[in-house]
Design a protein around this ligand. Structure first.
Ligand SMILES: Cc1ncc(COP(=O)(O)O)c(C=O)c1O
Length: 406
């Protein structure tokens, strides 16, 4: 007889995970990267070098760097954060984590309780929303424009909450190459943001995991770099710049809160081999790799914009992303993208419906998030053409493709 775990399970668990079979033929979901860009040769070389030199330290928890992660990697981050974002962050105040998803988990664990309120961007990362749902936390979506959160709208949300005696636990933002909209918040708005957050005593949780992937636009100073009061917790990741399967991310914050976060990181340290290779690879290779990756992603972004414009015509509204791997598309009223996702999946096209990326799911009904990082240029063209066929068959939209009536 098969043992039955069901009566023993904790309450409020998510639905069981489906078994993974394979990637869909046209994969426009997730944060997958461009496979051809992975710097394989340099990685093999760095792995050999670092293992020859320090491999024996793998016999201890935390190598010889302690629980915050491989010291040379933290030193690289300290230096590159200063160079690229203006942040003065010593290696002592950086914590290496198992992907920035763990950063979200740890920050939530030290700050959130059921019934709390958090402010997010009206369109934001699904993984962040799912985590807040699990905590039983109420979230409010701050309206966005093409420069990120609209500050007057944020202020009025905070004012309204203040009147009810509610102080949000944090404001979660992806200010540089926002997921899913691909916008960049300029420095002037960041300063205003800080001023407002300070005025209401609310921390900012700055998630910067796409910030290295701008397409020519200058990367503004990090909000944390502009903050003198230690009110900003910052997280980043190597998932989008090098490879998501490495599972290496990091948190940068003042020691007062970082030490509290470290105390709830109960996994005895994140995978050390990945950290060692990155620590060896990054000082000499990271910048060159980024230059090449950005050029490839920019080309893919141009391809998906051309394909959308050609296949959907005016039925697909979008702004050109300032970087990253996503495009956020609005389709006409007659389209429910959740249904479109289901039908498209049956024909080998994976797309994300806007509902899952929206603080108010209903507002995402006509929206679609497409990741162009992983599929090849040819797959992008073919996949978007097939998507337009499916969408037309199901909804009558788009009426015209490539200037011809369908
Ligand atoms: C905004 C944002 N934050 C965090 C993550 C998690 O990334 P990882 O855990 O791979 O670093 C993602 C992944 O897509 C993301 O888009």
């Amino acid at each position: 007889m098969v043992f039955n775990f069901t009566p023993l399970l904790r309450s409020k668990l998510p639905v069981p995970a489906p078994r993974w079979s394979s990637f869909p033929k046209f994969n426009f979901v997730g944060g997958h990267n461009d496979g051809e860009s992975f710097p394989l040769r340099a990685f093999i070389q760095c792995m050999e070098q670092v293992l020859q030199r320090e491999g024996k330290t793998l016999s201890t928890y935390g190598l010889e760097s302690g629980p915050q992660g491989y010291r040379p990697l933290r030193e690289f981050l300290s230096q590159s954060l200063f160079q690229n974002t203006g942040m003065k962050q010593s290696a002592e105040d950086i914590l290496i984590v198992s992907g920035s998803l763990q950063a979200l988990d740890l920050v939530n664990e030290v700050l959130l309780e059921e019934g709390d309120t958090v402010i997010v961007e009206e369109a934001t990362y699904q993984g962040a929303l799912q985590r807040l749902d699990r905590f039983g936390v109420r979230y409010i979506g701050a309206p966005l424009d093409n420069l990120g959160i609209r500050m007057e709208a944020l202020e009025s949300i905070l004012k309204r909450l203040h009147k009810k005696d509610i102080t949000p636990k944090y404001i979660y933002t992806i200010p540089t190459v926002q997921n899913p909209t691909g916008t960049i918040m300029p420095e002037e708005r960041r300063l205003k943001f800080l001023k407002i957050a300070r005025g209401y005593g609310v921390p900012i949780f700055e998630d910067d995991c796409y910030a290295d992937l701008t397409f020519g636009a200058e990367r503004p100073k990090a909000i944390r770099a502009l903050d003198e009061g230690g009110q900003v917790i910052f997280c980043g990741s190597f998932s989008k710049t090098v490879a998501p399967a490495l599972r290496v991310g990091f948190l940068a914050a003042d020691w007062k809160i970082l030490s509290q976060i470290l105390a709830v990181k109960h996994d005895a340290g994140s995978g050390a081999l990945e950290q060692m290779v990155l620590g060896e690879y990054c000082p000499n290779h990271f910048d060159g790799h980024l230059g090449r990756l950005r050029a490839i992603l920019k080309k893919k972004c141009e391809t998906i914009m051309e394909a959308l414009a050609g296949e959907f015509g005016t039925a697909a509204e979008f702004s050109a992303p300032s970087g990253g791997i996503f495009i956020w598309v609005t389709l006409p009223k007659g389209v429910d993208t959740t249904k479109l996702c289901e039908v498209a999946a049956l024909e080998g096209i994976a797309i994300n419906s806007g509902r899952e990326w929206s603080a108010d799911p209903e507002s995402g009904r006509q929206k679609l998030r497409l990741c162009f990082g992983h599929p090849s240029v040819e797959e992008i063209r073919e996949g978007i053409s097939l998507l337009a066929d499916i969408c037309h068959r199901e909804t009558g939209i788009p009426e015209r493709s490539r200037n011809f009536g369908r």
